[in-house]
Design a protein around this ligand. Structure first.
Ligand code: SAM
Ligand code: SF4
Ligand code: F3S
Length: 448
């Protein structure tokens, strides 16, 4: 029987990582990844439930896969990830073409459960399984392949360093769907990075909900710093970055490393969520605006030109005009290099679920528009300010369309550039010639 697997991924980088892990687990058992759902015998929709819209998109994707089952009745359809963990078995009733609901702690069970589905069974697996979250030793293939990629680039890879979240921000469903915060053993992380680097990956991003809390479950304040130091010793690794960080857990040791270790990316993703202390308190974020600004100040002092990106929510219950103005003022003051802004979406089983929504949908949308009107020109201005500068860029690929290479700079910009005879994974010095709203143009001055 043909064994083709197709995975469609929604949500954050953690889901990209999990999808890659499912691919590897199945590839180790003879399955082959395909680019189109229509060619698949196993379809996995890896879902996100962080906002209402994301959840609906993922569930409707399952419905769209009915067409494949009509052509290939033996095709197994799986809904995996955060929506699976949230709704469990109920989803089987909502989508008749669905065979398996696979929760966030059950990815390693995919092969055995698919076997059962092939025998005609339908089931949901959403038990918490903290023992088996990281199985790279037991599953050959996981932790060894170089195919883990950043948007398809073989030069760049993600490595999960922790799972779950213990922060309990009032609006957030992640702790409910990903479970308790568990730090992955350091040896296992380092082994995975070594495996990726030896297969050609040059740039690694360490992933966790709050990466700088790494090791807190073992009460090891310096665990994240030690992890970074050890990872930087891996020969062949050209750039290391991490996301997301939280201002309260940014230790002087990590800031010191950003100062001295140039292979740490010139980029930090530090979500702020709101510019108002009253809203931050209601959100139970655990930090103030003063603390946020101090952290950004210390980081920018440690590394000139550090790019700072952030997440923001508008229209949280109780967000007044003044609160929102404080967010606008913060955007002008910090001048982010990139921003992901969202309208608040009430989520089931979160502390904020029962709060009365005080900001109308129209007003949320107007506030989001205002945020973009402030943030986007700043981002473009900062991109234009890089014209004439020379940046270290890791080559991710080549576009036939415009005959240009593309890659990512240490300051996290996508760069399109002219050059000769480059390979994916090369590091080049690129002189920036133009700053666009979301990327830079340039040409190679030195390759190596
Ligand atoms: N762990 C990361 C942190 O706290 O920095 C964030 C992870 S969350 C998956 C990504 C972003 O989604 C958050 O930073 C927040 O801005 C946004 N988000 C989370 N819950 C949301 C909600 N209920 N409505 C709107 N946006 C939300
Ligand atoms: Fe959600 Fe807060 Fe945890 Fe981030 S830190 S995942 S926003 S609960
Ligand atoms: Fe990520 Fe969405 Fe789950 S943002 S952790 S995939 S709820």
């Amino acid at each position: 029987m043909a064994k083709n697997i197709y995975i469609k991924t929604f949500g954050c980088q953690m889901n990209d990582y999990d999808s890659e892990r499912m691919y590897r687990i199945m590839e180790a058992r003879g399955w082959r990844r395909v680019e189109k759902a229509d060619d698949a015998d196993l379809i996995v929709i890896n879902t996100c439930s962080v906002r209402d819209k994301a959840e609906h998109k993922a569930v409707s994707e399952v419905g769209m896969m009915k067409r494949v089952k009509r052509k290939n009745p033996k095709c197994v359809t799986v809904l995996a990830g955060c929506v699976a963990q949230q709704h469990g078995e109920k989803l089987l009733g909502r989508a008749p073409n669905l065979d398996l609901v696979l929760g966030t702690h059950a990815l390693h069970k995919l092969p055995e459960l698919v076997e059962k589905c092939l025998e005609g069974r339908k089931m949901a697996q959403t038990d918490w399984d903290y023992e088996n979250l990281y199985l790279d030793e037991r599953y050959p293939g996981a932790g060894e392949s170089g195919r883990l990629s950043w948007k398809g680039s073989l030069a760049s890879g993600f490595v999960s360093i922790m799972n779950g979240c213990d922060m309990r921000c009032s609006y957030c469903i992640v702790p409910r769907v990903r479970g308790r915060e568990i730090s992955r053993p350091m040896v296992s992380i380092l082994r995975e990075i070594e495996g990726l680097v030896s297969s050609g990956v040059r740039e690694i991003t360490l992933l966790g909900q709050i990466v700088n809390r790494y090791g807190r479950d073992a009460k090891d304040r310096l665990a994240f710093y030690n992890l970074l130091k050890n990872a930087l010793e891996i020969e062949g690794l050209k750039r290391l970055s991490f996301a997301s960080s939280h201002p309260n857990y940014m230790t002087p040791e990590v800031i010191g490393l950003i100062d001295t270790e140039t292979r740490l990316a010139s980029h930090i993703h530090l979500p702020v969520q709101s510019g108002s202390d009253a809203i931050l308190k209601a959100m139970r974020r655990g930090h103030t605006i003063k603390k946020y600004k101090e952290t950004v100040g210390a980081l920018r002092k440690a590394r000139a030109g550090l790019s700072v990106t952030s997440d923001l929510i508008v229209g949280y219950p109780g967000e007044s005009e003044e609160d929102f103005q404080a967010t606008c003022d913060l955007l002008e003051e910090i001048r982010f290099d990139g921003l992901f802004a969202f309208m608040y979406s009430p989520r089931p089983e979160t502390p904020a679920e029962s709060l009365e929504e005080t900001v109308s949908p129209e007003e949320k949308s107007a506030r989001l528009k205002r945020v973009h009107e402030i943030a986007m020109p700043i981002i473009e201005e900062k991109n234009r300010a890089l014209v004439g500068k020379t940046l270290d860029v890791i080559v991710h690929g080549f576009h036939e369309r415009d005959a240009k290479y593309f890659g990512r700079s240490s300051c996290y910009r996508v760069v399109h550039f002219e050059g000769d005879d480059l390979r994916v994974g090369d590091t080049v010095r690129v002189a920036v010639t133009k700053g666009l709203p979301n990327s830079l143009l340039g040409s190679v001055v030195v390759s190596g």
